[in-house]
Write a protein that binds this ligand. Structure first.
Ligand SMILES: NC(=O)c1ccc[n+]([C@@H]2O[C@H](COP(=O)([O-])OP(=O)(O)OC[C@H]3O[C@@H](n4cnc5c(N)ncnc54)[C@H](OP(=O)(O)O)[C@@H]3O)[C@@H](O)[C@H]2O)c1
Length: 316
């Protein structure tokens, strides 16, 4: 059987970059990258923006490793369609705040004969989250992500939906706001592990037209995660166990948009705890050989630097 070709969109982002690198290491698919023409509006999930000069070494290295990097005006179907020709699976890793950029992509994918579209999900179970009671920027994005799945189906494309739970690096500023009593198991996926697991999910036959909720780094409770953090750091980590009313008040009072979006997740997790078990550990069942970043290494390399950067943002 000939190899499928995977094209990654938003490839220079956190999940996208790890996805491309893992595709290369996995060597199961041919790999393309769709990059946006310079000058198109730049967004990110974290608020940190990268310019062409920072991305160019990535594209050069991938090209050296055999990746075909195609460039297009991604708002213009006359450029997008030819750019997607030859793609079997299109993986979108667009940032949280550019969810809407996927609409022209879906149309162009259909016209270009793409078989499967993997939308940029990698968080909650959005089919559930969109119906949470309290309005928030996060709930609106969830509704859009759920709607995008409908658009993919309408286009007649196959899909693979990959919820990944919480990216722990976004939730570790001290005192850590624990969602509830800390005993329930959550799915934890560092952004880099999210990107890394995508090619493995795609290579599994059970991922076609399926929701595959992964725990790419760990499947454990808040208390277990924070105990592991204390062991890795060799010190106590300040924790705040927050219930619904605490999250509600903190969310209402927050003015920083990124922190407010994160708080909306704490609010939702305590407002609708019955949805939490929808996260799962699909990889434990279907990808037993996949290894996420070991937690002690994840704390050192990924989580602590991000927590420090977020702390600095909060302090202004
Ligand atoms: N559950 C969680 O805790 C959690 C946390 C973070 C993120 N997520 C989810 O993970 C997904 C990926 O997020 P990420 O943090 O990996 O993204 P990211 O790193 O912020 O992505 C940045 C990249 O997106 C591309 N991009 C920039 N502006 C764009 C635009 N206007 N339209 C399309 N692409 C644009 C650029 O790549 P190119 O220039 O190469 O195109 C850029 O380098 C999102 O769906 C997000 O919701 C979940």
């Amino acid at each position: 059987m000939s190899r499928k070709t995977v094209t990654v969109f938003a490839a220079s982002g956190t999940a996208g970059r790890a996805c491309v690198n893992e595709l290369l290491a996995q060597d199961v698919f041919d790999v393309k990258v769709l990059r946006r023409k310079p000058g198109q509006q730049e967004k990110s999930s974290s608020g940190v923006l990268m310019g062409v000069a920072e991305k160019q070494p990535l594209w050069d290295e991938w090209t050296r490793q055999g990746v075909e990097v195609r460039e297009a005006d991604v708002t213009d179907h006359s450029e997008l369609i030819p750019a997607l020709e030859g793609t079997d699976y299109l993986v979108s890793c667009v940032p949280l705040f550019a969810t809407e950029s996927q609409y022209p992509l879906i149309w162009a994918a259909k016209m270009a004969g793409v078989e499967r579209f993997v939308p940029s999900e990698y968080g909650y179970i959005y089919e559930w989250e969109q119906f949470w009671p309290t309005p928030s920027v996060h709930r609106t994005m969830a509704a859009q992500k759920a709607f995008i799945r409908r658009v993919i189906e309408l286009a007649g494309l196959d899909f693979t939906i990959i919820p990944a739970g919480l990216w722990p690096e976004y939730y570790m500023v001290e005192p850590v706001g624990v969602m509830g009593d800390g005993e329930r198991k959550f799915s934890w996926s560092c952004g880099q592990d999210v990107g890394r697991i995508i090619p493995h999910v795609l290579a599994h036959p059970a991922s076609r037209n399926a929701v595959c909720p992964v725990a790419a780094t760990a499947y454990c409770s808040w208390n277990e995660l924070l105990d592991a953090r204390e062991a890795a750091l060799g010190r106590k980590v300040a924790r705040n166990y927050l219930g619904l009313e605490d999250w509600r008040a903190a969310h209402a009072a927050e003015s920083n948009p990124l922190i407010k979006a994160i708080m909306a997740i704490g609010l939702a997790a305590t407002e609708c705890p019955e949805g939490m078990p929808l996260w799962a550990n699909w990889n434990a069942l279907h990808l037993p050989d996949f290894k996420g970043t070991p937690l002690d290494q994840a704390f050192t390399d990924i989580i602590e630097p991000m927590a420090e950067a977020m702390q600095a943002t909060i302090q202004g």
